[in-house]
Design a protein around this ligand. Structure first.
Ligand code: ADP
Ligand code: MG
Length: 251
């Protein structure tokens, strides 16, 4: 469902992604962990083409991300319409949920499908009701973001991303800005999505969650993947000292 092949990216002289390769199969949950600044967010942003990358290739659901032409030589940017289409395939949720403050929870969820996917209001509303139910907020549909807790707002943001009917979901530290007591309700939503078979890449510092939910764990270090395997294997038998040092911080 997602193929990342030899992707490299630099900001000026700073090479942030160094020949990254991995793939994510349909229904698989891949969790990315690693120190701050190791390139995790940049990678997710490349998958959604919020960032350009200089080398390599990314495919989402079989379609090339960002560029047409060969990976090596004469590639050029896809049309904006193709890029917009691609972004509907990969839903992304960030640390800061950025809901529209003057719209209710359900309006926030309905907006994208109506504007981008040209769904009718009735269709968008019916889907939004279902999704708010799925994230446990059926009774909060008409609340404004300011009337919701951080955890509830983040769950609205997840419903909003799901409303675009994405093929894959990308989560970038979605619990990092939350008060500790609100973290679990958002992690539960991610677990539910995983149980529903959603293909996901999750960047998180929640190690227990990573162990429980990941089919595969990737450890990022200075722009490279230096551990890759089932979480039980990586946690019990890490290949690198760096991973051991990293996880000690969370124990
Ligand atoms: P992580 O998500 O693992 O904390 P990031 O992907 O955010 O790491 O950042 C990786 C590196 O890229 C860091 O050195 C960061 O400073 C740099 N970086 C990220 N975004 C930009 C940008 N827009 N311009 C320049 N450098 C950036
Ligand atoms: Mg980040």
């Amino acid at each position: 469902m997602i193929e990342v092949k030899d992707v490299s990216k630099s900001f000026g002289n700073n090479q942030v992604l160094k020949n990254i390769s991995f793939d994510v199969k349909e229904g698989e949950v891949v969790v990315l962990v690693g120190p701050s600044g190791s390139g995790k967010s940049t990678l997710l942003r490349c998958i959604n083409f919020l960032e350009e990358f200089q080398a390599g290739q990314i495919l989402v659901d079989g379609e090339g991300v960002g560029y047409v032409g060969s990976a090596g030589g004469s590639r050029r940017r896809q049309s904006e319409a193709d890029i917009a289409h691609l972004r509907t395939k990969a839903g992304m949720v960030f640390q800061n949920y950025n809901l529209f403050p003057h719209k209710t929870a359900i309006e926030n969820v309905m907006m994208g499908p109506m504007l981008v996917n040209k769904e009718s209001k009735e269709e968008a509303r019916a889907h939004a009701v279902k999704l708010l139910g799925k994230v446990g907020l059926a009774d909060k549909a008409d609340h404004f973001p300011s009337q919701l807790s951080g955890g509830q707002q983040q769950r609205v943001a997840i419903a909003r991303a799901l409303a675009m009917r994405p093929k894959v979901m990308l989560f970038d530290e979605v619990t990092s800005a939350l008060d500790p007591e609100l973290v679990d309700e958002v992690l539960k939503t991610l677990r539910d999505l995983s149980n529903d078979g959603m293909t996901m890449i999750i960047v998180t510092h929640e190690m227990q969650f990573a162990r429980d939910v990941a089919d595969r764990l990737l450890f990022f270090y200075q722009g490279a993947i230096i551990e890759d395997g089932p979480p039980a294997e990586v946690f019990e038998n890490p290949k690198t000292e760096r991973f051991q040092t990293f996880v000690k911080r969370f124990q």
